[in-house]
Design a binder for this molecule. Structure first.
Ligand SMILES: *[C@@H]1O[C@H](CO)[C@@H](O)[C@H](O)[C@H]1NC(C)=O
Ligand SMILES: *[C@@H]1O[C@H](CO)[C@@H](O)[C@H](O)[C@H]1NC(C)=O
Ligand SMILES: *[C@@H]1O[C@H](CO)[C@@H](O)[C@H](O)[C@H]1NC(C)=O
Ligand SMILES: *[C@@H]1O[C@H](CO)[C@@H](O)[C@H](O)[C@H]1NC(C)=O
Ligand SMILES: *[C@@H]1O[C@H](CO)[C@@H](O)[C@H](O)[C@H]1NC(C)=O
Length: 277
């Protein structure tokens, strides 16, 4: 027989012989969670349809302990912990000399632990541009994160992030705005990690509130006017005091000067007094 005929025969036997293409028994893997935090421990149940399996177990690179098992070994329950990255778990059973297995991928998430909001600059005049910047500590999976920049209760921006990074990533969202009078409001930033597609829930974290100080340029003009007016009044006052002093001195000198000349004239002898005439 040629090798082609041999291969055909093999395939024929494989697909048409009753039962040979099917599994003799089933293996199931059930996990309490599909996505876990690195610090978490949770339960995984490995079970089989085989009535009396020879051996069975869970293959994992992480730490595990056996919690409970069926007397005939039809299921085994494990407590798994210490996963630091996305991990494949594999349940396997051997029944009448045949082995079957089933795998499950467990993802690891990192919640938004810290959300920081910065207003730059922290105080502005009405009509000036300012920037709201929100930064969140490393998060995973990043594509499930939404950063929302809020003014009071109003959402200014929702920012999502693409890419499927395998390591936790820091994320930043910014928004440029022009200061209005009402911007003297509360700004905040919310980080939302939506783990529902991974069988988890929504984790939210919010930044501290930041107040933008908005100044009216009017007030500043008034201040300048007040300073100018006060300066002019002060100058006038000082000038008048100085003038009063100078004129007072001058008048006094003139008066005493006149008396001096008159007195000297009077003190002169009559003969001398008549001489210049
Ligand atoms: C494990 O799974 C099997 C099959 O679904 C079930 O019969 C058994 O009760 C489970 N064990 C535990 C401890 O939940
Ligand atoms: C947890 O994992 C780290 C590294 O991933 C390892 O060094 C440590 O021994 C593990 N701890 C346990 C209890 O398995
Ligand atoms: C599980 O992970 C492995 C390797 O990380 C990947 O090849 C496989 O497609 C994943 N399976 C599922 C069902 O996501
Ligand atoms: C941001 O998302 C929230 C809810 O997820 C929605 O109510 C709001 O309209 C969105 N705002 C903007 C500006 O996209
Ligand atoms: C900012 O607003 C929040 C609620 O929206 C409130 O709890 C908080 O006290 C406000 N902070 C200031 C400084 O006004």
């Amino acid at each position: 027989m040629s090798s082609f005929a041999c291969w055909s025969l093999f395939l024929l036997i494989l697909f048409y012989s009753p039962g040979s293409g099917e599994k003799a028994f089933e293996v199931y893997i059930r996990s309490e969670k599909q996505i876990v935090e690195a610090t978490e421990s949770w339960k995984i149940n490995c079970s089989t349809s085989c009535a009396a399996p020879d051996v069975g177990g869970l293959e994992t690179p992480t730490h595990k302990i056996i919690l409970d098992e069926h007397p005939q070994g039809k299921w085994k329950q494990f407590l798994v912990s210490n996963v630091s990255k996305d991990t494949v778990f594999l349940c396997h059973f051997t029944c009448s000399g045949k082995q079957e297995s089933k795998s499950l991928n467990i993802s690891v998430y990192q919640p938004p632990a810290q959300v920081t909001l910065k207003l730059q600059p922290p105080r502005v005049f009405v009509g000036e541009v300012f920037t709201i910047e929100c930064t969140v500590s490393p998060v995973k999976p990043l594509e499930r994160l939404t950063l929302s920049l809020l003014r009071g209760r109003e959402t200014l921006k929702n920012q999502t992030f693409g890419g499927a990074e395998t390591v936790p990533q820091e994320a930043t969202a910014t928004f440029n705005s022009t200061a209005l009078k009402k911007d003297g409001l509360n700004f905040s930033c919310q980080a939302e990690l939506d783990l529902r597609p991974h069988g988890g829930y929504i984790i939210r974290s919010i930044s501290e509130y930041q107040i933008l100080e908005v100044y009216e340029p009017m007030q500043d003009n008034q201040m300048v006017i007040i300073i100018v007016v006060v300066s002019i009044l002060l100058f006038l006052f000082v000038t008048s005091v100085l003038l009063c002093f100078i004129f007072g001195q001058h008048w006094h000198r003139r008066r005493t000067g006149t008396y001096g000349v008159l007195a000297a004239w009077r003190r002169l002898p009559r003969a001398l007094r008549a001489r210049p005439e």
